[in-house]
Design a binder for this molecule. Structure first.
Ligand code: ATP
Ligand code: MG
Length: 493
């Protein structure tokens, strides 16, 4: 469709503002023109390797300038990037490579062992390390001058918290509208600079790359999250916005002690999971401008965001939908819930995926009349602010009352001897289900003490009936708690 066509994002950005800084990585700084030139050459090498337009190509790379170049090179060629999580085990990677039916895979030089294993298990897949790729004689690349908004740009697998991960198809339009929606809410100024120390293979990191090229904004890329470097670079590189998950923000708050972040720093975009209230309160005290957000791989990053002016009055809320998006809370029959009534969160918007790759059934299950069922439970207050409670699949129903494990976990985590906590439900003859807790302790504490602690803070039916002390909680590669595994453990007991 003609009205869905736009100039190729990076090529256009290099044409519009060639001299502006695109990216800072370690000691290197690249303008958009320099980034485009490197990307153009790499596109030629990828083409010489045999990759063709419209193919699906896997990338298994770390946060590095080369990764930015490779990802944009694939866009220049109109190749769909299946962006893999480099923390996955070889077996999980093989699963995703087979699931997405990629033709070839570009991977990090240091992943030789993984490469071997993948080659043994996926007969027809062609692999190449980035070192070998960069040594290839470049062909004259067939650059796609235009992109179509409905075309697939990337495939990103969900974290697999509730089941097998699913390949989310993200179109150019999804990324475009996600960037526009974010700018309309957070604002954009010429002095903005975004720090990316979240993984590029995750939508939280990849969306920064897209915003950079769409806004013409520099971003600072870190290989991994390092709290000292973060604080130093916020000052040195004049960072104004940063994306974080809760654990990163806690580390920043701790490290800052009595210090403050510089004035120019205007937005700490917090997402990925529930935010503990004590952390949000600590940020208010330290004047850290936290924007709480709610989003998922399927919504190509944040879809609901809370501005800091509401940090106190709406503490714990994820905010309101971004301008192009909508949300509703519905009951089991799909009917709209009343204000403050909990139900499933459903979302709609041009940033929401058209569906899962090679998963017709899962797609049909999750989409109804253009609305995407998130599988999360939440409520919206009288003024339209969203509060996320938990995942529907983790809900515990005890004596007819809904119990959200996240609430109990947050309570337990406030105990000084609790390093980590996971809550799930077990069958109970009297109540149907009752909650139980798995605890990782960092100090001596007894089951009785924890029970007492919970009784002081929670309604009695929410207090776990048993506490199991364990070494480590089961978490996936995104560090998210796998409550389904806790349920399996209980079943084995
Ligand atoms: P899978 O879909 O495979 O089970 P996943 O849902 O964990 O994995 P992601 O897309 O990375 O994969 O994560 C999105 C989910 O993270 C949301 O659906 C929600 O459950 C959770 N989440 C995100 N933001 C928030 C928030 N502000 N509060 C609570 N939960 C959140
Ligand atoms: Mg999900």
């Amino acid at each position: 469709m003609q009205n869905e066509t736009m100039p190729n994002f990076l090529k256009n950005r290099a044409f519009l503002t060639p001299e502006r800084t695109a990216v800072y990585f370690k000691e290197q700084t690249l303008t958009f023109k320099e980034l485009y030139d490197r990307t153009h050459e790499t596109a030629g090498q990828i083409q010489a390797f045999g990759v063709q337009q419209d193919q699906f190509v896997g990338v298994l790379l770390k946060n590095h300038l080369d990764t930015v170049v490779i990802l944009f090179a694939l866009q220049l060629l109109g190749v769909k990037a299946v962006i893999l999580n480099n923390r996955l085990s070889p077996a999980e990677l093989v699963w995703q490579l087979n699931d997405s039916k990629v033709a070839s895979l570009i991977l990090e030089d240091s992943f030789a062992e993984i490469e071997q294993e993948i080659n043994q298990q996926t007969a027809s897949l062609k692999t190449i390390t980035k070192e070998r790729l960069f040594q290839m004689e470049a062909a004259m690349p067939a650059i796609k001058d235009e992109i179509c908004l409905s075309q697939i740009c990337t495939i990103m697998y969900t974290s697999g918290t509730t089941g097998n991960p699913k390949g989310v198809m993200q179109t150019y339009g999804n990324h475009w509208w996600s960037s526009v929606g974010s700018a309309l809410n957070l604002g954009y100024t010429k002095s903005d600079c975004w720090l990316c120390s979240v993984p590029l293979f995750h939508i939280s990191g990849f969306s920064i790359l897209m915003r950079s090229v769409i806004y013409g904004m520099p971003f600072v890329l870190h290989e991994r999250f390092d709290v000292e470097r973060t604080i130093a670079d916020i000052s040195r590189k004049k960072v104004t916005i940063m994306s974080v998950v809760g654990t990163m923000l806690s580390r920043i708050v701790e490290k800052l002690e009595d210090r403050r972040l510089p004035e120019h720093f205007r937005c700490m975009l917090l997402g990925g999971g529930p935010a503990p209230l004590p952390l949000l309160q600590a940020c208010v005290k330290k004047d850290i401008p936290v924007f709480q957000s709610y989003g998922m791989t399927e919504s190509s990053s944040q879809i609901v965001t809370l501005s800091p002016e509401y940090s106190l009055t709406k503490l714990g809320s994820a905010g309101k939908p971004l301008f192009p998006a909508q949300l509703k809370i519905v009951d089991e029959n799909g009917l709209p819930a009343k204000a403050s009534e909990a139900g499933e969160i459903i979302v709609k918007g041009p940033n929401v995926t058209p569906g899962y790759l090679n998963r017709q059934e899962a797609t049909e299950e999750k989409f109804h009349a253009g609305w995407f069922s998130t599988g999360d439970i939440g409520y919206v207050d009288e003024e339209g602010f969203l509060y996320v409670l938990d995942r529907r699949s983790d809900l515990i129903i005890s004596g007819g009352e809904n119990i959200y494990p996240a609430e109990i976990e947050a309570t337990l985590l406030a105990h000084p001897a609790v390093a980590d906590a996971g809550v799930t439900g077990i069958a109970d003859a009297k109540w149907g289900q009752v909650p139980i807790a798995f605890i990782v302790k960092n100090n001596t504490v007894s089951e009785d003490e924890l029970q007492q602690f919970c009784l002081e803070k929670l309604a009695k039916y929410k207090v776990p009936k048993a506490f199991y002390f364990i070494e480590m909680l089961p978490r996936n590669a995104a560090k998210k708690l796998l409550r389904r595994q806790l349920r399996e453990w209980v079943a084995d007991k």
